[in-house]
Design a protein around this ligand. Structure first.
Ligand SMILES: *[C@@H]1O[C@H](CO)[C@@H](O)[C@H](O)[C@H]1NC(C)=O
Ligand SMILES: *[C@@H]1O[C@H](CO)[C@@H](O)[C@H](O)[C@H]1NC(C)=O
Ligand SMILES: *[C@@H]1O[C@H](CO)[C@@H](O)[C@H](O)[C@H]1NC(C)=O
Ligand SMILES: *[C@@H]1O[C@H](CO)[C@@H](O)[C@H](O)[C@H]1NC(C)=O
Ligand SMILES: *[C@@H]1O[C@H](CO)[C@@H](O)[C@H](O)[C@H]1NC(C)=O
Length: 482
């Protein structure tokens, strides 16, 4: 039960002039009227590196944005990718189609055998994902995660796009047509090269989606051991195509955290952990709550409520469609499961009826949900390459995270899960600060981070969470003590 409404996010900007338009720190007398809860941030105790935050526009959603009116299209793109007008997301997860039409696959027809020359077809559209990727680059996005939901149907044991099936040639999966592992690796490399020709650098490449679930749509079953069989082929294929330094292999986009733990252990047993760039999991069956035992960065690559109706509340009754619900999920994943990236399912869609996407396009408008703004409390202020640092909270009702950004700024999030207002006093060890800027997400602003008062003295930031606070702090300079 949570009856509050506040994310308190403090970002302290170091060695930069205060940004124009952001209020300078002020002393707020009312801050002193309640006993402030102490929070500490230790810049010297570091955890995972952050790779970013993102969405997908797979299954026609990129075309939803492309086909929108000019004003709705611009608004939707800004909400997704702009760090000032929107969430500033930096990861786009594209689907590598494995269907039986040229609109949904670069290889819709079987060449006949694994060794026959494939007739790749590039429609220069890729369900509008090429267009969207180019738009994303315009906003500075550099992380493109291309993920196949499975191999082309003729490479799988069941010979169909849907219904699961396994990749012919991995352990326990033999086919009369032969071993298609190398052909699938070549197919994926061809897709990466297709994007390279369009000046889009795919940085992460996946070959599975929810491999424990035989969905009626694009799907393919795999254990971690079977995935390792394929990685042993894909890795050298990327190397010999000259893509070894460009593309990191991901695995395995499980439906949930528990299965991804099992699959990761199987990858390690099979000796391929060092060939995997990033361990990836969804959150549908179990959510990330503890760290997976791996040396690789770990991403949450897909989650949404697939069931509720469209919802723009920050906090009303605790429903899954509300912003605060997602703030707590993202907090738990980053702090307790050490996620380096959080990738929501779909970003913007038209004809929205459910709360599964972040932005609803209708006519000339694009309407953000508070779920987008929950993500924004991290994605705007925690930039790729940031390092998570230690925090402690003097109250179990205040959930905290903090990060050092590559540009020297520090960003601190405080989620107030209590119904009462909370004043906070944040002590940051490792520096003193010149200025602070705070932003609050709450029901009255639809969750959109909005500037609020905070003050700073040396290394102590003080702010007020009036029953709902989210502070973000910006400082004009810092003197580091270490
Ligand atoms: C193509 O794939 C779809 C499923 O995506 C399936 O319904 C259809 O029967 C397939 N068509 C052919 C000709 O295989
Ligand atoms: C891609 O193809 C689809 C289907 O033909 C079309 O609706 C869409 O407008 C195309 N996208 C682009 C960017 O041209
Ligand atoms: C890719 O970049 C090159 C070099 O700037 C340019 O000549 C080419 O037209 C670009 N291709 C596309 C598809 O944008
Ligand atoms: C984590 O994995 C390493 C090998 O990669 C192993 O030595 C260690 O025992 C594992 N730890 C746990 C808690 O499973
Ligand atoms: C969808 O919501 C209904 C009613 O709110 C609930 O009974 C059902 O279990 C939910 N389904 C899923 C898959 O969450």
């Amino acid at each position: 039960m949570y009856s509050i409404v506040v994310v308190l996010s403090l970002a302290v900007r170091i060695a930069h002039a205060a940004e124009p338009g952001l209020p300078r720190a002020t002393s707020e007398a009312h801050v002193l009227q309640r006993r402030a809860t102490s929070i500490s941030v230790n810049l010297g105790t570091t955890f995972q590196e952050m790779d970013g935050f993102g969405v997908s526009e797979a299954f026609g959603r990129a075309t939803n944005i492309f086909s929108a009116t000019a004003s709705a299209q611009t608004a939707a793109l800004d909400l997704i990718f702009s760090p000032t007008a929107g969430a500033g997301l930096t990861i786009l997860r594209n689907r590598i189609g494995n269907g039986n039409t040229s609109a949904d696959s670069i290889l819709p027809t079987s060449p006949g055998s694994p060794s026959a020359t494939p007739n790749y077809q590039y429609d220069n559209n890729d369900s509008s994902q090429l267009w969207l990727s180019q738009k994303a680059i315009g906003y500075g996005v550099k992380t493109f995660y291309a993920d196949a939901w499975g191999a082309p149907y003729f490479m799988k044991t069941n010979g169909a796009v849907g219904g699961g099936g396994s990749l012919c040639g991995v352990s326990g999966a033999s086919c009369a047509s032969g071993d298609w592992k190398q052909a699938y690796a070549n197919f994926l490399v061809s897709y990466v090269q297709y994007y390279n020709k369009n000046n889009i650098t795919i940085t992460h490449l996946g070959f599975l989606n929810e491999p424990e679930y035989a969905a009626s749509y694009s799907s393919m079953l795999s254990s971690g051991t079977q995935a390792a069989d394929f990685i042993k082929v894909l890795y050298p294929t990327l190397q010999s195509a000259g893509l070894g330094n460009q593309v990191k292999i991901t695995c395995c986009d499980s439906e949930g955290w528990n299965n991804q733990k099992t699959m990761t252990a199987q990858l390690i047993s099979a000796g391929v952990e060092s060939q995997v760039g990033v361990i990836t999991s969804h959150s549908y069956t179990t959510s990330p709550d503890v760290a997976i035992n791996t040396t690789r960065n770990v991403w949450m690559t897909e989650y949404a409520d697939l069931n509720g109706s469209w919802n723009t509340n920050w906090y009303s009754n605790g429903a899954m469609g509300e912003g605060l619900y997602w703030a707590k999920l993202i907090y738990n994943g980053i702090v307790n499961a050490r996620l380096s990236a959080y990738v929501y399912w779909e970003g913007a869609e038209t004809d929205v009826t459910t709360d599964s996407c972040l932005i609803s396009i209708s006519g000339s408008t694009a309407t953000p949900s508070a779920r987008l703004w929950a993500l924004a409390q991290w994605s705007r202020y925690v930039r790729p390459g940031a390092t998570r640092v230690a925090t402690t909270s003097g109250s179990s009702a205040l959930l905290t995270s903090a990060f050092k950004n590559p540009d020297g700024t520090v960003s601190i999030q405080v989620i107030n899960t209590a119904s009462a207002a909370q004043d906070v006093s944040v002590s940051v060890s490792g520096g003193t600060f010149g200025a602070v800027t705070a932003f609050v997400s709450q029901q009255s602003n639809g969750g959109k981070p909005t500037a609020t008062a905070a003050s700073i003295s040396g290394a102590v930031v003080t702010g007020s969470a009036p029953g709902s606070v989210c502070l973000l702090a910006t400082s004009s300079y810092i003197t580091r003590s270490s």
